[in-house]
Design a protein around this ligand. Structure first.
Ligand code: PLP
Length: 374
């Protein structure tokens, strides 16, 4: 009998999602900011601190952050070149000039030693890659030196910590993702954690089509009107109900993900050392949320061969970000060489990681990887 395929990712089902959705349907509060949204926001705020606003995606949380900054033409925003397109696109949409920066060779996080800050820098956007915290002290100092804001892209990072403090709780603003591939998911979803109280009232307006509808619903004004720029960034309360069910199962989800992550780390250590293969590095001052496990091969050809080797054994592994500064659109922000990003784009391969992977599945992946001689 052949073994069943092992996909790269599979959303966890706690078992409480169906009843949560049925209850949300029965409440007849299907639009945004109903009771499930309030509960999900509260659960998230307990993790990140600050005020949390649910959004339809991390992309939209980043767009909301960019709107809050009131960027002017010529303003610069520093983003890692090794990231998802939304980290950059959200600021490009506001007319910012993107300055792509390279990442560290050990964590693939924004390299705090190479930050191209200038007097035009308005924001630095660290991405906690794989949920491993960036060097937030140095990044914060660089931002403060030119009066810029730190906006965390914490899409991978919920439940990670840096020096005992929560990721998503360290910048002026932080964006979270609940996309299907994330540890906690409602299919598509996100949140903006706001750590500057001066931004909360305006964030509510921008998220509600530029109106003060949130205040109206709280009974603070007798009608709501157009106050500012804005868009519609509220998820339906039906999706928020799924999110609540997931957040309430977070301990189980995280324990299962850590089980898989640890089994990869111990099962692959010898093979990686023998062949000079990179594996995730977690600095001593970071605790990661077991979001990704990856290996880095010596070159693109060998990464392609390993992915094929795994596919032939029914296992799907996935490469990750293609360098933004070399992309068709990203090139308009100026050509430069960012060697660590370029190498990561060619050599990094992510292994399947989701709670339902059994110990036997994980052993199958480990056996398949270690039977590959790079
Ligand atoms: C670093 C990073 N930022 C932002 C996003 C966008 O998240 P979403 O799909 O919730 O918009 C992703 C998507 O995976 C990501 O990896």
């Amino acid at each position: 009998m052949t073994d069943p395929p092992i996909p790269f990712s599979r959303p966890y089902v706690s078992g409480r999602e169906p009843e949560a959705v049925v209850a949300a349907l029965a409440s007849r509060r299907w639009s945004g900011d109903g009771p499930a949204t309030a509960r999900a926001s509260e659960l998230l705020a307990r993790v990140t601190g600050g005020r949390v606003l649910l959004t339809t995606s991390c992309t939209h949380a980043l767009e909301l952050a960019a709107l809050l900054l009131d960027l002017q033409p010529g303003d610069e925003v520093i983003v890692p070149a090794f990231t998802f397109v939304s980290t950059a696109n959200a600021f490009a949409l506001r007319g910012a000039h993107l300055v792509f920066a390279d990442v560290r060779p050990d964590t693939y996080n924004l390299d705090e030693r190479l930050l191209p800050v200038s007097r035009r820098t308005r924001a630095i956007v660290p991405v906690h890659y794989a949920g491993v915290g960036c060097a937030m002290d140095a990044i914060g100092d660089a931002a403060a030196s030119v009066g810029a804001s730190v906006i965390e892209d914490a899409a991978h990072a919920l439940y990670g910590t840096w020096r005992g403090r929560p990721l998503g709780g360290l910048g002026r603003l932080a964006a979270l993702s609940f996309h299907e591939t994330k540890n906690i998911t409602c299919g598509e979803g996100g949140a903006l954690a706001i750590h500057d109280p001066a931004l909360v009232a305006r964030a509510e307006v921008l998220r509600e089509k530029g109106t003060d509808r949130s205040r109206f619903f709280r009974g603070e004004v007798d009608r709501y009107t157009w106050r500012d720029l804005g868009s519609s960034y509220l998820p339906s309360d039906l999706l928020a109900a799924v999110l609540v069910a997931q957040l309430e199962a977070a301990d189980r989800i995280q324990a299962e993900r850590h089980r898989v992550w640890a089994a990869y780390a111990s099962g692959l250590a010898d093979w990686a050392a023998r062949h000079g293969i990179g594996t995730p590095h977690v600095p001593a001052d970071c605790a990661h949320p077991a979001h990704l496990y990856y290996v880095t091969l010596p070159d693109l050809a060998r990464r392609t061969l390993l992915a094929q080797h795994l596919r032939a054994r029914g296992i799907t592994a996935a490469f990750h970000y293609q360098p933004l500064h070399l992309s068709a659109f990203g090139q308009r922000y100026g050509a430069r060489s960012l060697p660590v990003t370029e190498r990561a784009g060619d050599t990094l391969l992510r292994l399947p990681l989701y709670p339902e992977l059994t110990d036997r599945d994980v052993a199958r992946v480990v056996d398949a990887v270690t039977s590959f001689a790079p």
